[in-house]
Design a protein around this ligand. Structure first.
Ligand SMILES: C[S@@+](CC[C@H](N)C(=O)[O-])C[C@H]1O[C@@H](n2cnc3c(N)ncnc32)[C@H](O)[C@@H]1O
Length: 547
């Protein structure tokens, strides 16, 4: 079978060996009860092995955590429920059958085998309860906070490199990684009817979307990923998610959604025999063509007013700006693209060759490095950008209702924000929603109507003033955003005074008139200077409409 240039190899065996879905659901229900009883939670695990070992695990190192559990085992002669589950599923260590049976009393050893969670540990000499079992799948608690509050799920995925002891297979199904969390944090926390999660993997984005949406279609090119997503949905009791197999938008041909989310396989990979193709990161297309396809085709699958959010890489080719290329792909839609990082091609190649488990300094590493650099050179690529893409299909009815000025001021933002973000406990999604709302409101007003509006500064905004020692007047004034993108905006005297006076009482027009009088400048000229700045501050979520 050929899917977008990729020849799919034989599928990996299904992770679930249970005969049918009803049986799997019954077993997963028992597993859930056991996990609750053992308190298999992020807080309990962190307390079990302590802060330092937890930090090491976040860095991908399991030795400190294993040492803590080994010491407990030495002290008590055995390992109890939570520790057994932690050793087996998080650290990838073999545990005695008897201990696992005790840790999962409802599911039992046979149930865990039937679900495909564990199997006999190869080479274990002991028999009976003392023989060891090893995890066949990774299973761990995952805690998060979004606009609905804090919650915790258990996530099943394929075993990582630590547990496997070798590089990942090409059909590896990822657990919740950094990019997964970035995208779920970006999701607009507003209700939606139908959501598409393109490239669902273990199902994590569909699960997050289920907190705000009635119906979700989650697709993937990998049958194995869909099997694992099915396990996660059932294990966590999440309904309303329909799983469909297929590439890109093929499984949803002719359908529209009011939200699309995708953490697509955006890693740029040379199309050369002998270069591994990982389902989880590489969509089998040349350069950044897969991200381009998702961006361009989103238009046909969004309802009017619908929003798509994705992560992606984009190439800087032959001196052409990478962000501008994304802007071209997104031209048919309103768009807001935030580039978070740019890597030189050499650094990019090293990152992804290492991610595939190949060690630097080996002939294989050098061979792959050459392949990556040749591939980039063939398209004149010198740098690769990474960032967030938000696309919105204009709502024809709303555009018709609003002014010509609003139609001309459709959202079209291409930004380079490479610095640290502000602090966003529940992710950036709430901030994005506020900015979009502010943008729509200000864009619908001409300058006269904007001048009549009243604003307040957002609660996370502070003003900084810097002075040369001994001077009374500041040399620089900055407006700093504590949350959101953590923006810092330079202020001149007029804008600083306008922001300072924006407490919701006076209209912008009244403030400008008072300032013009105070500064002895022409009121119309001052308004022409400050009103665009007000629009920008509203777009950035630093000024808010007072009503
Ligand atoms: C980076 S992973 C994202 C997984 C998950 N959504 C997350 O956020 O962690 C990309 C997923 O896209 C899938 N994929 C790869 N090629 C695809 C294609 N052509 N169409 C749809 N999905 C694809 C992979 O199997 C993988 O599950």
């Amino acid at each position: 079978m050929r899917l977008n240039g990729r020849v799919s190899t034989e599928p990996e065996p299904s992770p679930v060996t249970a005969a049918d879905e009803a049986r799997a659901a019954e077993l997963l229900g028992r597993l859930r009860d056991d996990l609750v009883a053992a308190d298999f939670s992020v807080t309990a695990l962190d307390a079990l092995w302590g802060e330092d070992a937890a930090a090491a695990l976040h860095r991908g190192e399991r030795v400190p955590a294993r040492r803590v559990l080994d010491a407990r085992r030495a002290e008590h002669g055995t390992s109890a429920g939570l520790a057994t589950l932690a050793e087996l599923f998080v650290l990838g260590v073999a545990v005695p059958r008897g201990e696992l049976a005790e840790a999962l009393p409802g599911l039992g050893l046979a149930g865990a085998v039937e679900l495909g969670l564990v199997g006999d540990a190869a080479g274990a000499g002991d028999t009976g309860d003392r023989a060891s079992v090893r995890a066949r799948l990774d299973l761990r608690p995952y805690a998060f906070t979004d606009a609905r509050g804090s919650a915790e799920w258990w996530i099943i995925s394929d075993l990582g490199e630590l547990a496997l002891g070798h590089a990942l297979g090409e059909h590896h199904v990822l657990g919740v990684g950094g990019a997964s969390k970035t995208l779920s944090g970006l999701m607009l926390p507003t209700t939606a009817k139908r959501v598409l999660d393109l490239g669902t993997g273990c199902g994590i984005q569909a699960m997050h979307a289920s907190r705000f949406a009635e119906h979700i279609v989650a697709t993937d090119i990998s049958e194995r990923a869909l099997e694992i997503a099915r396990l996660n949905l059932a294990l966590n009791g999440i309904d309303g998610v329909e799983l469909r197999l297929g590439s890109l938008f093929e499984p949803v041909a002719g359908e529209r959604f009011d939200r699309i989310v995708s953490n697509p396989p955006f890693v740029i990979t040379p199309r050369l025999d002998g270069v591994p193709e990982y389902d989880y990161r590489d969509g089998g297309m040349v350069g950044d063509a897969l991200v381009e396809a998702v961006v361009r085709d989103a238009h046909d699958h969004l309802e009017p007013g619908g929003v798509a959010q994705l992560l992606g890489n984009w190439e800087y080719r032959d001196g052409e700006d990478g962000l501008d290329r994304v802007g071209d792909w997104a031209a048919a839609l309103e768009h807001w693209v935030v580039e978070r990082e740019v890597q030189h091609v050499a650094e990019y190649a090293e990152t992804w060759i290492r991610d595939g488990g190949t060690r630097p300094g080996t002939p294989e590493f050098d061979r792959l490095y050459d392949a990556w650099l040749d591939d980039f050179a063939a398209r004149g690529v010198e740098q690769v950008g990474f960032g967030y893409v938000l696309l919105r299909r204009a709502d024809a009815a709303a555009s018709a209702r609003s002014s010509a000025a609003a139609a001309a001021a459709g959202l079209a933002r291409l930004e380079r924000l490479h610095g640290p973000l502000g602090s966003n406990d529940a992710g950036l999604g709430g901030h994005l929603a506020e900015c979009l709302d502010g943008h729509d409101r200000q864009a619908a007003l001409d300058d006269t109507a904007l001048a009549a509006a009243r604003f307040t500064t957002a609660g996370d905004v502070t003003e900084e003033r810097h002075y040369w020692p001994g001077d009374d007047d500041p040399t620089a004034m900055l407006l700093r955003q504590g949350g959101g993108f953590g923006r810092a905006i330079s202020l001149d005297t007029g804008l600083a005074a306008l922001v300072g006076a924006s407490d919701g009482e006076l209209s912008i027009g009244a403030i400008v008139a008072a300032l013009a009088h105070l500064l002895e400048v022409d009121e119309a000229a001052l308004a022409a200077e400050l009103l665009p700045a007000v629009r920008t501050l509203v777009d950035d979520g630093m000024l808010r409409f007072a009503d």
